[in-house]
Design a protein around this ligand. Structure first.
Ligand code: NDP
Length: 434
């Protein structure tokens, strides 16, 4: 904390991992002597740069951008780019740090990184977003590449932004390579990448329920967010016969008493992916849908909570309400959406709680598959990618159970942290003092 003052989110992420791995770490002298824990908390490098761009009205704007290349012990750096006014170095360091262990858990050869800018794409025209992306890539292209660092999307960076960024990368490098993932299907993108994080999260949730000899069908699921992760978590949950009873955005929550249906899901996709509209419009369009302004979904009684919006969106009070209302499992779609105090509440009540680094790893896993397809110049079918995704999520669940079970109970955070950390630690130890 002394070395990184004011980096609240980063401290939180490190503390969570360190708490899980400490007993194991202290038992293994070789790792301690090599200071693996201290070394893994220090990024390999952070690139910070100015992005200057022009509005449609001819005004000049300057934003700050970062790429945090955290650790490449297991493979080329890999992790998304986030565009939001709330982006800070602390947020990107926390995300990059988490990404190391998430990528390790997938079993694919990927290191951990994250990047982004304090740029708000909301309310900007397509041309403004394009000029911003081109200016950002004018610096970023020097630091990335298919064997070096492969960025993808995150909050505020969807297929539109990835296309503009990749277009500029190709122009500057005179090279088509898999230097970015999340690309459009027609130019090197993988089938199922758009759906992967949300679908993968539901596959993981299903395993959590099977672990307790239970099923997903007919469960009432409260989902937060209405972005890429939330929409496809809702889609897969519907397919599995569950009832999705909430979605949200930063304006508030919609409560769908009867459960979301296919027609409504299509409306949300159109609203959010094409029209970039607000979730409140969903409530004014359909009867039986209530809008709770400025509220999160956690007061609404549910069997399962899936926070899929952003970090620290579910606090101890929300957790206590969920427990009082009989929640059976919590499965994170977003990165670090529960505060440490909220996680304590779930642990005290023995509620199975999957951390994002395990349950939302499906997105980066399919990004890894996109890299493989690009390198081989082939393209797998939807069925093939989906099958691989399901296998990967099943394997991550098994790793969590293997490393996180004690007294017959699975602590998913411990399991994910220990399994993810151990592999990186072994690789770092083998490399010697680097
Ligand atoms: P999107 O930008 O597509 O959607 C984010 C959603 O969360 C929007 O509905 C947004 O509402 C809402 N949201 C954001 N900030 C807040 C806030 N402070 N309060 C309430 N709602 C908020 O992002 P993604 O769906 O891609 O990402 C969501 C989370 O999942 C992030 O934590 C991300 O890091 C994580 N993740 C994403 C992966 C991916 O493949 N996309 C992979 C793994 C993790 P509004 O539009 O009003 O801002």
């Amino acid at each position: 904390k002394k070395r990184n003052p004011h980096e609240k989110e980063f401290h939180q992420a490190v503390e969570e991992v360190a708490t899980s791995v400490m007993p194991w770490y202290l038992e293994h002298d070789a790792y301690r002597k090599a200071e693996i824990l201290e070394r893994v908390t220090e990024p390999d490098r952070i690139i910070i740069f100015r992005v200057t761009w022009e509005t449609d009205d001819g005004l000049v704007r300057a934003n700050r951008a970062w790429r945090v290349q955290f650790n490449h012990a297991l493979g080329p750096y890999k992790g998304g780019l986030r565009f939001a006014p709330t982006v800070t170095q602390s947020v990107l360091k926390f995300l990059g740090f988490e990404q190391i262990f998430k990528n390790s858990l997938t079993g694919l050869p990927m290191g951990g990184a994250k990047g982004g800018a304090n740029f708000n794409p909301k309310g900007k025209s397509d041309r403004e977003v394009m000029r911003f992306c081109q200016s950002m890539m004018t610096e970023l292209h020097r630091h990335i590449g298919e064997n070096t660092d492969v960025p993808a999307g995150d909050i505020g960076v969807g297929s539109r932004e990835i296309s503009y960024l990749f277009g500029q990368y190709m122009r500057l490098e005179n090279l088509w390579s898999g230097a970015m993932t999340g690309k459009g299907k027609d130019y090197g993108g993988s089938a199922v990448r758009t759906e992967a994080t949300g679908w993968g999260c539901v596959y993981f949730l299903e395993q959590m329920l099977h672990q307790r000899s239970d099923e997903l069908a007919n469960k009432r699921i409260a989902i937060s967010g209405a972005g890429n992760v939330a929409i496809y978590a809702a889609e897969k949950a519907l397919e599995k016969g569950a009832k999705v009873i909430t979605l949200s955005d930063s304006d508030g929550t919609v409560e769908i008493t009867e459960g979301l249906d296919q027609d409504q899901l299509q409306f949300i996709k159109d609203l959010k992916e094409k029209r970039r509209g607000r979730i409140s419009e969903f409530a004014t369009t359909y009867k039986g849908v209530k809008f709770h302004k400025d509220a999160a979904p956690w007061n609404i009684p549910c069997d399962i909570a899936m926070p899929c919006a952003t970090q620290n969106e579910l606090d101890a009070k929300d957790a206590s309400t969920l427990v009082a209302n009989g929640v059976m499992a919590v499965c994170e779609g977003a990165n670090m959406p529960t505060t440490p105090e909220a996680s304590d509440v779930f642990r005290e009540h023995s509620i199975p709680h999957a951390p994002g680094k395990a349950s939302n790893a499906g997105g980066v896993a399919v990004s890894g598959l996109e890299q493989s397809q690009n390198a081989m110049r082939i393209s797998w079918s939807r069925e093939e990618v989906d099958e691989r995704l399901q296998k990967i999520m099943g394997a991550i669940h098994r790793r969590c159970v293997e490393h996180g079970t004690s007294g017959g109970k699975v602590n998913y955070a411990d399991g994910a942290n220990i399994a993810g950390f151990k592999k990186v630690a072994d690789a770092m130890l083998s490399y010697g003092i680097v």
